[in-house]
Design a protein around this ligand. Structure first.
Ligand code: GLY
Length: 256
């Protein structure tokens, strides 16, 4: 179960965030703020305490806090983002993370290693890390070493198409995994019970499990139905403005 969540308010500079889908248009900042409010309410209704950090105008993508660290029951691993414009975000999370972890529990990914938390999926004590455009081989090596030091295990999953591992695959506990596109047939995930996400709803693969509730983005009815049929409580919340920046539900928080 998760007790804590960290989020960061989006700044007005959000509209300059990195995107692979400029055809979706720029985010509407006021609507993004409202969606962020709703996201926090959804999390709180799952019984977690939400720490809300101030916006950072100098970092347009800094509301996507998931990329700055990986927080486990035993340790915190501070990332080193692969995107140049995001590199400084991780250091700005450390003071907050120190409120929850001792210095001995905190590890750091260092250059030339790069790693973003969106590439990391936790399944109990085991962690999958995507080798991606943002997380390089040295980042994977350092991450595995840090996890093993604290008694976790790790395996590397090379990505072919998507930005981050959790863009396309998300574990929702009870051996259930939402899988889309390149992950549907991946050998690494063959032992899980798969909820297949159709290509037309690929963005909907990025759902988050929070204490037996699954938060699902608005507008993905096939995904929502399959999660309900698997027996979960579901909260639907709109992330349309974050989608314009390749951001999803998981990207917007650190859950631990
Ligand atoms: N816009 C989120 C990211 O590309 O990191």
């Amino acid at each position: 179960m998760f007790k804590n969540v960290i989020v960061r308010r989006p700044g007005k500079s959000l509209i300059e965030g990195i995107t692979s889908a400029p055809e979706l248009g720029k985010p509407d900042y006021e609507l993004a703020l409202k969606q962020h409010d709703d996201y926090i309410k959804a999390l709180e209704s799952c019984g977690v305490e939400v720490t809300v950090l101030e916006s950072l105008e100098e970092y347009p993508d800094s509301c996507f806090v998931e990329d700055t660290a990986v927080l486990t029951p035993r340790c915190a691993i501070i990332s080193n983002p692969g995107a140049d414009t995001r590199r400084g975000e991780s250091a700005l999370m450390v003071d907050t993370i120190k409120k929850f972890y001792t210095d001995e529990q905190i590890e750091y990914i260092k250059s030339p290693g790069t790693m973003e938390g969106g590439d990391v999926m936790m399944v109990g004590d085991h962690f999958y890390i995507g080798l991606s455009a943002r997380t390089n081989e040295e980042g994977c090596r350092q991450f595995k070493e840090a996890l093993e030091k604290h008694g976790h295990t790790c395996s590397v999953v090379p990505l072919e198409k998507v930005l981050h591992l959790k863009t396309g695959v998300n574990y929702i506990e009870n051996n259930n995994m939402l899988v889309s596109g390149e992950f549907i047939e991946k050998e690494d995930f063959k032992s899980f019970s798969k909820l297949i996400v159709p290509e037309s709803e690929a963005y909907g693969a990025n759902c988050i499990w929070v204490n037996d509730t699954v938060i699902v983005p608005l507008g993905y009815p096939v995904v929502e139905k399959s999660i309900r049929e698997a027996g979960y409580n579901v909260i639907v919340t709109d992330t349309s403005e974050y989608r314009k920046l390749d951001g999803g539900l998981s990207c917007l928080s650190l859950r631990f």
